[in-house]
Design a protein around this ligand. Structure first.
Ligand code: NAD
Length: 473
């Protein structure tokens, strides 16, 4: 039976959306309708903004202890929904069940833990001479999020807003809305005062209404660079600060002493997971020219460990890409890369075996990629890894920095100090050295076309605070 997402959340209660449009959510495995989202009308959005304004008046004066309690309750309410989240995301965006269980809810729960810890790490007031410097919430935040790790992106914005004492209107992606429904339910159970968190359903129009609304003080956006640019232009009219978490074209650099047996499968994993639909996807592998044959051999072998199939089946490592639009875009980019002279080592345009339907793209490995090619410059957001080669370390650094993006990256060397020195040459928001685990307590965000502003832990809270100085006679 088709699921119906018909209620938005404002003023602490579920309200029937009254927009005239409904958006289909298509299961990318079958191409069949999975759910229908009833979009919000302008009046619904208006109500959510009014409710957030009232919520701000209450929550901006809350104590750190109250925020701590609210976030802890929210975390507990979300944790109960782990299996449901994995199942929904398999059906709405093709995320394999194993990955859903491993990351889709555990990652935001970990993030919440660091946000809660961050509350105690902030210097909320400071005496400077005769001035009392306070850090106060910036106001009503519009949080606009994408679909690829939908719960993580929702929590990465809403949790720090709650911690900062702000109120929020969340506009989740219309592509995978089920995560937002689970989130709304958890918010409702958490006992937050009415209006602190509000959720509206909609696409670009609803997003634009929020960005340009005079009662919205601050925009926090995660999504494509193209939409981020449009949001910044619109927010400029109201002189609203924006946080933009945008696309990436991250490089994994193998120095000539890298442990290839560890490094190559790790890079393949970080370029393939979630069918390459990750902003931090390591989609460029920068390899020493003399080691290219060994690297390609290992990459081919590692890719064969990523069978494509139905996301609900345990053996599947890669599901389909999320939408027909994604499918068309990724295939077009593969076609154009071939036209530009990149060499297909594995994958390409064929359908995976045993699939006659669904938005499947097979893991694809390109060699002979030159830095000026589109495939080396633009985000694919699909399971495509491009190998570029270098002669010396200076060229490796220059290649790593040869795109306008700068979100993530990686470097591998048996010599940790050498790897760290190389990482310092990379113009990017984070660098993973020798396959280190992700650290959600550190600031996350981009340089250049990957955006600006930071999320995670205390840094995400600080992003939503402003200074106020009280000068005493
Ligand atoms: P998108 O930019 O198409 O949409 C993101 C959100 O913006 C959606 O909720 C959408 O409805 C809304 N939107 C679209 N047009 C709008 C407008 N004119 N005004 C206001 N809102 C508007 O991105 P997507 O396809 O959902 O997600 C994929 C992109 O997100 C990729 O580029 C990926 O790299 C990026 N991303 C970045 C991060 C990060 O942290 N840097 C994380 C995940 C995804």
């Amino acid at each position: 039976m088709t699921r119906q997402y018909a209620h938005y959340y404002a003023g602490g209660s579920f309200q029937k959306a009254s927009g005239t449009e409904a958006m289909p959510v298509v299961n990318p495995t079958t191409g069949e309708l999975f759910a229908v989202v009833q979009l919000c009308s302008p009046a619904d959005v208006e109500q959510a903004v009014r409710s957030a304004r009232a919520g701000f008046d209450i929550w901006s004066t809350s104590s750190v202890e109250q925020r701590h309690t609210a976030l802890t309750r929210l975390s507990a309410a979300l944790a109960e929904r782990a299996d449901e989240a994995a199942m929904l995301l398999a059906n709405e965006m093709g995320c394999p069940i194993w990955l859903g269980k491993l990351m889709q809810l555990p990652m935001p729960l970990k993030g919440l833990e660091f946000t809660i810890a961050g509350l105690d790490q902030i210097t909320w007031t400071e005496q400077v001479g005769n001035g009392l410097v306070e850090r106060v919430p910036c106001g009503v935040v519009a949080a606009i999020t994408p679909w690829n790790f939908p719960l993580h992106q929702i929590v990465a914005k809403v949790a720090p807003a709650i911690a900062a004492g702000c109120s929020v209107i969340l506009k989740p992606s219309e592509v995978a809305p089920g995560a937002a429904l689970l989130f709304m339910e958890a918010v409702h159970e958490s006992g937050l005062p009415p209006g602190v968190v509000n959720v509206v359903w909609g696409g670009p129009q609803v997003g634009e209404q929020l960005v340009s609304h005079p009662e919205v003080d601050r925009i926090s956006f995660t999504g494509s660079t193209q939409v981020g640019r449009a949001i910044m232009v619109s927010a400029a009219q109201g002189l609203k600060p924006v946080t933009l978490e945008l696309g990436g074209k991250s490089a994994a650099v193998l120095l000539d002493d890298a442990d290839l047996d560890a490094a190559v499968p790790a890079v393949v994993r970080l370029s393939m997971a979630n069918s390459g639909q990750a902003c931090v996807s390591q989609s460029r592998l920068i390899a020493p020219k003399r080691l290219l044959p060994e690297i390609l051999e290992r990459a081919t072998s590692a890719m064969s460990q990523w069978p494509v199939g139905n996301p609900l089946e345990a053996a599947t490592r890669l599901g389909p890409v999320a939408t027909q639009g994604q499918f068309n875009r990724v295939r077009t980019m593969i076609e154009r890369a071939i036209g530009d002279g990149a060499r297909v080592i594995q994958g390409g345009l064929e359908r995976p075996e045993n699939t006659s339907q669904g938005f499947y793209v097979v893991p694809t490995l390109f060699s002979g990629v030159r830095p000026e090619m589109e495939i080396a410059q633009e985000e694919v957001f699909g399971p495509v890894l491009s190998v570029l080669t270098y002669e010396d370390e200076a060229e490796a650094a220059s290649l790593a920095n040869a795109t306008r993006y700068g979100l993530s990256g990686a470097v591998w060397s048996r010599d940790g100090a050498r790897a760290t020195a190389f990482a310092r040459q990379m113009r990017t928001g984070q660098v993973v050295i020798n396959g280190a685990p992700q650290n959600l307590a550190t600031p996350f965000g981009g340089w250049g076309w990957s955006g600006f502003g930071r999320e995670n832990g205390r840094f995400g809270i600080e992003d939503l605070l402003v200074y106020r100085s009280l000068h005493s006679a």
